[in-house]
Design a protein around this ligand. Structure first.
Ligand code: CP3
Length: 353
């Protein structure tokens, strides 16, 4: 079998050089992405055009030789597949029809119907699983129920997820019912991605940081655990990366001990020395370079790469940014980052975990 370093790290192996990929590696900072997106017309049309979505997924693999490709899609396709209206306003971000009442919830489509909308995404996965180089791992993904719910409730991105917190306080029955719908749909969506050829799955809980400890447990960790349980029951033990971004150390530690979690992704604010101590004995750790370095480059970038790699070199590690690369990033700085990761001298005593 081809040597897939990402799968080895996810299985707990400590490699002399950590494998590397980058959140939003297919994106607007790349001229070839902008060209294909223009060909598709707009972002959502690109997500639903398997040939073009596969093409943009492959672009950063060709340019940089990353160890993993992440399916090109968006976390907001699931609400759309459940019947929410979704559109993107240039320069502002996503807009959705809102869900704030039992009546709104009743308007949503049955979970089984999501595939009618999402079939092109599975087609993209299946094309990629044939087109990728043997050593490149294909990562599928979905948004976590909490993060997706924050967009569905507010109808847009919000700085503090205020509308979702308000619904949780004021009408917990509706909030819980929406979360349950999202657990169902997300599990079904991820199972279909694995059937189409995804080798690893990542659950993005980008707004987990605004949940207090009790709410984090109930609305971030437990839904992830339930989704993983269903996925593993349906398609076997595919490796799972969880990204409860901004969660507390206690929250991350609880995730690390959760059945079926292979890897925790860190935001750039997380302390890597703590992660080495508290998380790596249980799981692989992914991260966590500040994406701002992809805009500014230079010696500070290389220094931070070295510090992160050194801190996490004693356990399983996948190198990544702490959040997605931004449109104003310089594609050359990505080369600098990759070179800095790969030129590191082999760690002494690299051993299988
Ligand atoms: O990482 C990848 O390359 C895979 C594809 C991917 C996209 N979005 C493509 C995208 C993934 C994994 C996502 C996840 C996603 N989408 C998240 C969670 C991760 C995170 O960043 O916190 C969230 C919250 C979304 C929702 C979303 N999609 C927003 C808020 C926006 C607008 C903000 C922006 O960057 O413009 C998007 C649009 C989006 N999703 C783009 C891309 C490449 C830019 C669209 C464009 O081409 O105009």
């Amino acid at each position: 079998m081809a040597d897939k370093t990402i799968l080895r790290s996810l299985a707990g192996e400590v490699l002399p050089t950590p494998p590397i990929w980058m959140m939003r590696q297919a994106g607007r900072y790349l001229p070839e992405y902008r060209a294909t997106r223009a060909q598709a017309g707009d972002f959502l049309s690109l997500c639903y055009a398997p040939e073009l979505a596969a093409e943009v997924t492959l672009q950063p693999i060709r340019r940089y030789g990353f160890d993993a490709a992440i399916l090109f899609a968006d976390i907001l396709l699931v609400p759309q597949a459940l019947g929410a209206d979704l559109w993107f306003v240039t320069g502002e971000g996503p807009r959705l029809s809102t869900i704030t009442s039992a009546a709104d919830l009743n308007q949503l489509k049955p979970t089984a119907d999501i595939h009618d909308t999402l079939n092109p995404v599975y087609e993209t996965v299946s094309r990629l699983s044939k087109a990728l180089p043997d050593e490149t791992t294909l990562i599928g993904f979905a948004g976590a129920p909490w993060t997706v719910a924050t967009y569905m409730i507010a109808g847009r991105g919000t700085p503090d997820q205020g509308p979702a917190h308000a619904l949780m306080q004021n009408d917990v029955a509706v909030f819980d019912a929406l979360m349950e719908r999202l657990v169902d749909a997300t599990a079904e969506y991820l199972i279909a991605q694995v059937k189409a050829g995804a080798e690893v799955l990542k659950i993005f809980d980008s707004w987990a940081g605004s949940l207090d400890d009790a709410a984090f447990e109930k609305y971030s960790r437990q839904p992830a655990e339930e989704i993983i349980r269903r996925v593993h029951k349906a398609v076997g033990k595919v490796p799972m990366i969880c990204f409860p971004r901004g969660g507390s150390q206690a929250g991350y530690e609880a995730f690390a001990k959760t059945e079926g979690v292979s890897c925790l992704a860190l935001g750039q604010d997380a302390d890597v020395a703590w992660a080495a101590r508290a998380l790596q004995p249980h799981v692989c750790v992914q991260g966590n370079l500040d994406p701002g370095h992809m805009v500014t480059g230079g010696a500070a970038l290389v220094q931070d790469v070295d510090d992160i790699c050194a801190a996490l070199s004693g356990g399983p590690h996948i190198f990544n940014l702490g959040h997605g690369i931004t449109p104003d990033a310089d594609p050359d700085h990505v080369h600098t980052m990759i070179d800095a990761v790969r030129r590191r001298p082999a760690a002494p005593l690299a051993n299988a975990g």
